[in-house]
Design a protein around this ligand. Structure first.
Ligand SMILES: Nc1ncnc2c1ncn2[C@@H]1O[C@H](COP(=O)(O)OP(=O)(O)OP(=O)(O)O)[C@@H](O)[C@H]1O
Ligand SMILES: [Mg+2]
Length: 589
């Protein structure tokens, strides 16, 4: 089985605390909830009433009168009408409450995904993150709906029937009740098992989603590298695990029902046996006797339903526990209070060390660098030397383990996250596009007020206008999942356009032009050079020709700076940079 996405430790709340917390979601809907409970009470009352009516029926049949000939049919009609109305109110309004709770919880989980720190996503599989919103939330609602519909309706029916019995002959009823604790024990065992199985089923749904998602997004690699058998096996394993656990659940459910029914039947048999004993029977009439036996046997069905509802509730509890763990997870740390409005642009890394969550070795070691306002600094170095990591620390996607990063002499953590990020335009190494139009991809998020002229302007600067206009629908072309219908270079140019449109004082370009041909790169480079003027810029590039003009070039290796200076200074040094440069030079000949 694939490792579950339990990125967070599960909190060990008691079930009671969980129920209380779930109730908070129901609270705003308490009117509808009450309406549903009321409906169920009416339903249960009518059901018990029907049994009680039997006594009357038998008496009337034995000695009919003109009056009772009218009253009896009217009573039966009234009871059925009550049960019908009660059933509707009980069923519809609890669904109303349940669907609303799903909606609220979904929105809350989604919102917390928007706020959770980068490390949370690094450690979770997207399949599990998705199935939490699609599957787990549904489990919680069915639990709430069923808990109310069945527990209240059937529970009250049982109580009503017991009351009917009690009034008919209390001694018999007490004897009948003696079997209750045994039934209780069975239910307890079954609940425990249900809870355990539910958690496994939930995780396996996450696995199924996860594997499916990977082959859907990576289908080309799967086919070329002959991954079909591997993926098939992986999927089969997780789906089979789900199958086995679900079957265990069904088994427990199905076996517990007849056991409980058998126990009820035992009670009824004992009841009849006793009822016919002269001492207990007393002066009970035939009609009363019929009522007692009918009430006892009518109870079998609601009791069965009550035992099954437990499975749903336990599923819901397991799901709720998982959802609350996410909701309780600490969001990205945002304790800064300073708004960042006017940026001068001095960016200082002061002995910054960093390691990724869960990894042993430091990725950045005592990294110190000063970028003066408006200056352009280029990071170069071998793959894996930590360049993108440096870039990730500026918008505070991660926090340094030690050391400090300061913007205009203030630690980054003192600014509010929103205002800090508002001042940063970034082109990431892996371009992200949304399944939307080109226009909406460029003017994404807070940029969506941009007008067409502005879009055309940035697209021209990013050398993207030509290809956009060549598309049938121009800016309104849909780009598909993560821009699948565009070439790598086109995607990069859209990402650059997006960054240009943001027009922020801090600019980070992580391999922003790596997918472009030399010619397009030159065209964009000119525009980017213009753009960098007056902005604090961090540019990362493998192709050294693109960064020759940088104010400072920093050569990194294994998380530390090994050399820094201008292009000419570094060449004169004849060190690492000169080596890299000469290799590049040879390649181009
Ligand atoms: N999210 C992550 N979790 C754990 N380790 C990571 C993560 N991202 C990167 N690393 C590790 O950190 C190191 C530095 O990665 P980084 O992406 O900063 O390198 P880079 O210099 O940008 O490389 P490249 O030139 O290939 O883009 C690598 O060893 C990488 O394996
Ligand atoms: Mg990188």
């Amino acid at each position: 089985m694939i490792k579950g996405a339990q990125a967070l430790p599960q909190k060990d709340d008691t079930n009671w605390q969980l129920y209380r917390r779930l109730f908070v979601y129901v609270k705003p809907l308490k009117f509808f909830f009450a309406l549903s409970v009321f409906g169920n009470i009416v339903y249960a009352g009518a059901s018990a009433g029907m049994v009680q009516a039997l006594e009357y029926v038998i008496e009337v049949v034995e000695s009919p009168t003109d009056e009772s000939r009218l009253l009896l049919p009217a009573l039966i009609l009234a009871l059925f009408a009550m049960r019908g109305i009660g059933g509707f109110l009980g069923g519809y309004y609890i669904a109303y409450v349940g669907r609303n709770v799903v909606h609220t919880m979904r929105v809350e989980i989604f919102d917390s995904y928007l706020k959770l720190p980068t490390a949370f996503f690094d450690n979770s599989s997207s399949g599990h993150l998705i199935s939490r919103i699609t599957y787990n939330v549904e489990q919680v609602t069915s639990a709430i709906s069923d808990a109310v519909t069945v527990t209240v309706r059937e529970g009250l029916t049982v109580i009503g029937l017991l009351a009917v019995m009690f009034f008919a002959n209390w001694k018999l009823t007490l004897i009948f009740l003696c079997l209750g604790p045994i039934i209780g024990l069975v239910i307890r065992y079954v609940s425990k098992r249900f809870r355990k199985l539910s958690k496994r089923i939930m995780n396996s749904v996450g696995d199924v989603t996860h594997v499916t998602q990977e082959i859907v997004t990576g289908y080309k690699v799967v086919r070329i590298f002959g991954g079909e058998a591997y993926e098939q096996k992986r999927f089969f394993t997780s789906s089979q695990y789900n199958l086995v656990q679900s079957l265990k659940m069904e088994f427990t459910k199905m076996i517990s029902t007849p056991i409980i029914q058998l126990l009820v039947a035992c009670s009824i048999s004992i009841l009849i046996w006793l009822a016919l004993a002269p001492g207990v029977r007393g002066d009970m009439t035939g009609a009363t006797f019929v009522v007692i036996i009918t009430a006892a046997s009518t109870m079998a069905k609601p009791i069965r339903q009550l035992t099954q509802v437990n499975e749903k509730i336990q599923r819901g509890v397991a799901a709720a526990r998982d959802l609350f763990t996410v909701l309780d997870a600490p969001p990205e740390e945002d304790r800064g209070t300073r708004p960042l409005a006017e940026v001068n642009g001095e960016l200082v890394f002061d002995q910054v060390s960093f390691k990724y969550h869960g990894s042993e070795s430091a990725v950045l070691k005592d990294f110190s660098l000063r970028i003066a306002p408006g200056e352009t600094v280029a990071l170069v170095g071998r793959s894996g030397s930590g360049k993108s990591t440096v870039a990730n620390l500026v918008p505070r996607f991660y926090e340094p383990v030690s050391g400090e990063i300061r913007l205009d002499d203030v630690a980054l953590s003192e600014y509010t996250l929103r205002s800090l990020r508002d001042q940063i335009a970034i082109v990431t190494q892996h371009v992200t596009l949304f399944n939307d139009t080109i226009a909406n991809n460029i003017a994404y998020g807070s940029l969506d007020g941009a007008n067409r002229e502005e879009l055309i302007d940035v697209a021209r600067k990013a050398n993207a206008l030509e290809f956009i206009e060549a598309k049938d629908q121009g800016f309104d072309t849909e780009v598909g999942d993560n821009g699948i219908s565009l070439s790598g270079g086109q995607r990069q140019r859209l990402a650059i356009s997006r960054a240009l449109l943001k027009d922020a004082p801090l600019l980070i370009l992580d391999e922003a032009t790596s997918a472009l041909d030399n010619e397009s790169e030159k065209v964009i480079q000119k525009e980017l050079d213009k753009l960098m003027e007056g902005r604090t810029t961090l540019v990362i590039a493998h192709r050294l020709s693109t960064i020759e003009n940088a104010d400072k070039i920093v050569v990194m290796d294994e998380g530390s700076i090994v050399e820094q200076g201008t292009h000419t200074q570094l060449l004169a040094l004849e060190g690492e940079y000169a080596k890299l440069y000469n290799i590049a030079l040879e390649d181009s000949h």
